[in-house]
Design a protein around this ligand. Structure first.
Ligand code: ATP
Ligand code: FE
Length: 355
């Protein structure tokens, strides 16, 4: 079976073709049009600009992914579209586009939860088996999920405020580094001393899987202002020290809570022997290395999908579509776009559009 996936829930317009079965799928093509330039002047994603850019680019992305794979729409068995959660204008653009294609071709329409896409990615890339613990850590999300099946997710905990990607982006802004902040902060941190600046590690002593990152940006802002006040500006090395200290604080919290989440996941399902990461922040090599070390220590496998599949893409959406089509769970034209759609409310009967 071949599924066309479409993703437009944030600031990437993406289309992809995935072929195979839930246990052995292959990516035929994977097109992502980013919008970083369109939002650059505003220091963040502007929903209206994003919605317009998606509407302009979405047809192009679909055509491109078909031509990259050397296929036509006649070769497709189903259309999987992100139906939420996300910025509603973008999600609507995608849902409209997918409904248009479904209406014109009669192909099955499958409304996919974006988070399920991230959560199932390790199965697409590394063919790992259920159950596993997933740390989804991105610009908009940070949560631990016990994944026991394509429609069985239990949220074990997560951030109670900002997502780490957001904290990276804000830190970059405070220090005058380019957006997106993750890569620029990581690069700057390389020459810094992670112990140079004392930063908070909130909720570390709490015996649960929750995290908090909003205090970090305030702490970075204060540390920067202190340095500027003391020395009349940031000296050579100050930025690197701030970035290294910031990255170490995030890494500590994620590592500590991953250890905790692993214990909680194993208590619920002793068969858990894999930790998988997804989301843009999973690209960070310091964070990856630390998580890998924890897994090695606890005799757990560690899976980190390739970067291009950790960040938003449509291959992961197509892959969820493959699962859903295999179980005959498809939507109809009443499929609606959902700005909010928590993953663990996704029961088999609600997996589609949540009708
Ligand atoms: P979501 O997927 O939750 O809706 P999103 O689209 O912003 O949100 P992604 O595209 O998965 O999320 O990830 C983007 C985020 O990842 C940005 O905040 C970016 O700064 C961060 N990021 C990217 N590379 C790195 C890195 N090397 N280190 C840390 N963070 C990174
Ligand atoms: Fe995402």
């Amino acid at each position: 079976r071949t599924i066309l996936g479409i993703e437009s829930s944030c600031d990437d317009t993406a289309a992809a073709l995935v072929r195979g079965s839930p246990t052995g799928a292959e990516i035929l093509s994977n097109v992502v049009y980013g919008q970083t330039d369109a939002h650059a002047a505003f220091g963040g994603v502007v929903p209206e600009i994003a919605a317009r850019a998606h509407a302009e680019k979405i047809d192009l992305a679909v055509k491109q992914c078909l031509s990259d794979a050397g296929l036509t729409i006649k070769d497709i068995d189903g259309i999987a579209i992100t139906a939420g959660p996300g910025l509603i204008g973008g999600v609507l653009s995608g849902v409209m586009c997918a409904k248009g294609i479904a209406a014109a071709t009669g192909l099955p329409l499958i409304g996919v939860n974006h988070l399920a896409g991230h959560a199932l990615t390790p199965q697409l890339t590394d063919h790992i088996e259920f159950p596993y613990l997933m740390l989804l850590v991105s610009g908009g999300h940070c949560q631990f999920l016990l994944v026991e099946g394509p429609d069985r997710y239990t949220r074990l905990g997560g951030t109670i405020d900002d997502a780490p990607g957001e904290a990276f982006d804000k830190t970059a802004r405070i220090l005058g580094l380019p957006q997106p902040g993750g890569p620029s902060v990581e690069a700057t941190a390389k020459t810094g001393d992670p112990k140079a600046i004392k930063l908070p590690r909130p909720l570390l002593n709490r015996d649960d899987c929750n995290m908090s990152f909003s205090g970090l940006k305030t702490a970075i802002l204060r540390a920067r202002d202190d340095l500027v006040a003391q020395h009349g500006g940031l000296r050579i090395g100050d930025r690197a020290d701030l970035c290294a200290s910031f990255q170490a604080a995030i890494t500590d919290v994620l590592a500590h809570k991953t250890r905790r989440a692993l214990a909680v996941a194993r208590a619920k399902n002793p068969a858990v022997h894999t930790v998988a990461v997804a989301g843009g922040v999973a690209a960070n090599s310091a964070i990856r290395a630390e998580l890998q070390a924890i897994c090695a220590e606890t005799g757990t496998d560690f899976v980190a999908p390739p970067l291009a599949l950790c960040t938003d893409n449509a291959a992961m959406i197509a892959f969820v579509g493959l699962h859903r089509l295999a179980s005959g769970d498809i939507d109809d034209m009443s499929l609606s776009a959902r700005p909010r759609w928590p993953l663990d409310q996704t029961s088999p009967t609600l997996l589609g559009s949540g009708k």
